[in-house]
Design a protein around this ligand. Structure first.
Ligand code: RB5
Length: 149
């Protein structure tokens, strides 16, 4: 699995710790930055990583900013992105098994690096269950297309 990872200035340190973690578990990634602590606008980075997921360059994505909120809001504006903001592993696993989340967002000012690694692990190790959950995702897709449900 190849991961698109992106962050803003508030999450550079956590991103770097997660890159070491991804290397240690042998997960490939594409780093969309930022790699500086200079203040940046998080939608630009969320958009780059989200597009990599939508284009198929990457299978899933991880977005980190101060709270994870801005990154997740921006990513969820990209058609086809289902980005889940999670701060513990149970939600991260459910975000995939029930919601087929193709992106995970976390807040670097909310969780520490060790907890973030457990969130990433749960996210990466989970698979979508399908079944009744597919029907619900189809309804979300209809909302995205501006159709009635
Ligand atoms: C940056 O200060 C902060 O607003 C950003 O990292 C993020 O938390 C936005 O949602």
């Amino acid at each position: 699995m190849k991961i698109a990872i992106a962050n803003d200035h508030a999450a550079l340190e956590l991103k770097n710790e997660l890159l070491v973690y991804l290397d240690s578990i042998g997960v490939e990634y594409v780093n969309f930055g930022t790699d500086s602590k200079d203040s940046v606008d998080y939608p630009i980075y969320a958009y780059k990583a989200a597009n990599a997921v939508i284009s198929g360059q990457c299978d899933r994505g991880i977005l980190i900013c101060g709270t994870g909120i801005g990154m997740s809001l921006a990513a969820n504006k990209v058609k086809g992105i289902r980005c889940a903001l999670c701060c513990e592993p149970y939600s991260a696993a459910m975000a995939v098994t029930h919601n087929n989340a193709n992106m995970l967002a976390m807040g670097a000012r909310v969780i520490g690096a060790e907890l973030a690694k457990t969130v990433v692990k749960a996210y990466l190790e989970s698979d979508f269950q399908g079944g009744r959950h597919s029907r619900r995702l189809e309804l979300i897709e209809r909302i995205e297309k501006g159709q009635e449900i």
